[in-house]
Write a protein that binds this ligand. Structure first.
Ligand SMILES: NC(=O)NCCC(=O)O
Ligand SMILES: [Zn+2]
Ligand SMILES: [Zn+2]
Length: 484
């Protein structure tokens, strides 16, 4: 059965043109004028774009004594409602647990996904087993990205020697490390001081994580990646100091990508000063929201290309879960939602204000991500043969974001009351119309795992360059006799 998206304007990362798009067997079959099919979707006045890819989610994740409340069913339903057709979630091994056992748990949870998904592997401890498992994860499980936490001391944090060992192993395997870049030692010290001084509320979470802790850790991770000869992906870049480190590295030819979140782009630190404890605690995440100077830096990075993608870090906790931290901000589960709102919020505040072009919007929400994660053009493209993950975007459709209308399982929304203009009319996941003019028609379990090959072009190029410029012994005629 062929579905034709009619009368729309195709918008990709580099082109904008009028065309119909026909879909057959879950793939894009034809792009051109006056196409016919068994079923038609009217895209008059709409943009036909690659579905969004959210490269950073935590669905049903065990964290800080609880589990994040959106699972693969509600999380991917929320994503589709907002025009996102693929997510990449983090498989998180317990201390001492094999990476493959952790993946089994993620396989079980993800069986409920409504759209396609992939995994990043987290490196939460270091040892021979992790070293060995990495090869299987990359070569047999189709995972080529590994996240390291420089924060969360005593829980997920890894030290610099472990970081260098892990990055070096990933260089050998043609995989890419990711980092959560905050200096965990300093955060732990500042947190203890703040608590001792009676700073127990959610605002102290922000005080404990100043932008310097992020700038320092970002720069450190970049230098370690450079020494290990591997590209680097920095998650949730929230401030100028981190952006500056990434910008500088890129100017020097280092292969580094930065990922700001829609939350950091559009919400600021004033949220933590709200007199309502629940309001402030619901917005506790790491890194915390920043001020306008940092937000402007992130927007400039997206426009200039020094920052590459926009994610959500969707890690949603209910108000009840957030209240675990009443009286001690260090116990408030860290994380916020955003899967349903990333695309409309970025369109409204980016394209709607002239900070981004439509093509840049597609690049940072989809195409760049697919390229970096090495699943392009199966994902992230409007091309014949690509998966028909498509959003038909209505630039005139408007709404005011309200928790009561959302797909997410939690009881609030950090974007509550924000007005957005630009929303999906249809969202297709591998050809299936999961969102039909406001109607949710998602199918639990429809989503498939997207395997991603190692040795992406950037990894290959960097390994070649590193091999060429590796330290070599100087060949000498003879060695002088020792003085003894
Ligand atoms: N970001 C956050 O606060 N929670 C999710 C886990 C992480 O990415 O650090
Ligand atoms: Zn993180
Ligand atoms: Zn995260």
């Amino acid at each position: 059965m062929t579905t034709v998206i009619k009368n729309g304007t195709v918008v990709t990362a580099d082109l904008t043109y009028k065309a119909d798009v026909s879909v057959d067997g879950g793939k894009i079959a034809e792009i051109g004028p006056d196409l016919k099919g068994d079923k038609e979707l009217d895209a008059t006045g709409c943009y036909v774009m690659p579905g969004g890819i959210d490269p950073h989610t935590h669905l049903e994740m065990p964290f800080m004594g609880t589990y994040s409340s959106d699972d693969f069913e509600s999380g991917t339903r929320a994503g589709l409602a907002g025009g996102t057709t693929m997510i990449v979630d983090f498989a998180l091994p317990n201390q001492g647990e094999s990476l493959l056992d952790a993946l089994k748990r993620w396989d079980n949870k993800s069986a409920r996904a409504n759209c396609d998904y992939s995994f990043h592997m987290a490196v939460t401890w270091w040892g021979e087993q992790v070293f060995e498992d990495m090869k299987t994860v990359v070569q047999e499980r189709g995972i080529n990205t590994f996240k390291h936490f420089l924060a969360y001391k005593g829980a997920l944090m890894v030290n610099d020697d472990e970081l260098f060992a892990s990055f070096s192993r990933l260089a050998e395997l043609g995989a890419t490390p990711m980092v959560h870049a905050e200096n965990g030692d300093v955060v732990a010290e500042l947190s203890a001081r703040l608590l001792a001084e009676g700073n127990t509320g959610p605002e102290a979470h922000a005080y404990s994580r100043p932008s310097q802790v992020e700038g320092e850790a970002t720069n450190r991770a970049i230098m370690i990646a450079d020494m290990a000869g591997v590209p680097l992906y920095v998650v949730h870049v929230s401030c100028e100091e981190a952006h500056e480190a990434i910008r500088r590295a890129r100017m020097q030819g280092k292969r580094v990508w930065g990922e700001p979140l829609i939350q950091h782009l559009t919400l600021d630190e004033s949220e933590y000063f709200n007199k309502d404890w629940d309001h402030a605690a619901r917005r506790v995440m790491s890194p915390p929201f920043r001020n306008k100077k940092h937000q402007d830096s992130l927007w400039a990075g997206l426009a200039s290309g020094s920052l590459s993608v926009v994610a959500t870090d969707h890690c949603a906790f209910t108000t009840e879960q957030k209240r675990f931290g009443a009286g001690d901000f260090t116990r408030i589960p860290n994380g916020t939602g955003g899967l349903e709102d990333r695309m409309p919020m970025l369109w409204t505040h980016g394209v709607g204000t002239g900070r981004l072009t439509m093509n840049e919007f597609v690049a940072v929400t989809s195409t760049n991500i697919a390229k970096i994660l090495n699943c392009y053009p199966t994902k992230g493209a409007i091309l014949v043969g690509a998966d028909a993950d498509i959003v038909v975007w209505d630039p005139e459709k408007e709404k005011t974001i309200a928790a009561g209308d959302q797909q997410s399982a939690i009881d609030y929304n950090v974007f509550e009351g924000h007005h957005v203009k630009g929303l999906p009319r249809f969202t297709l996941t591998r050809g299936y119309v999961a969102i039909h003019d406001g109607e949710i028609r998602t199918r639990e379990g429809y989503g498939k795992f997207v395997a991603r090959e190692p040795n992406a072009p950037v990894n290959k190029a960097l390994s070649q360059w590193k091999a060429l410029t590796a330290p070599r012994p100087v060949i000498r005629r003879g060695i002088p006799a020792t003085g003894v």
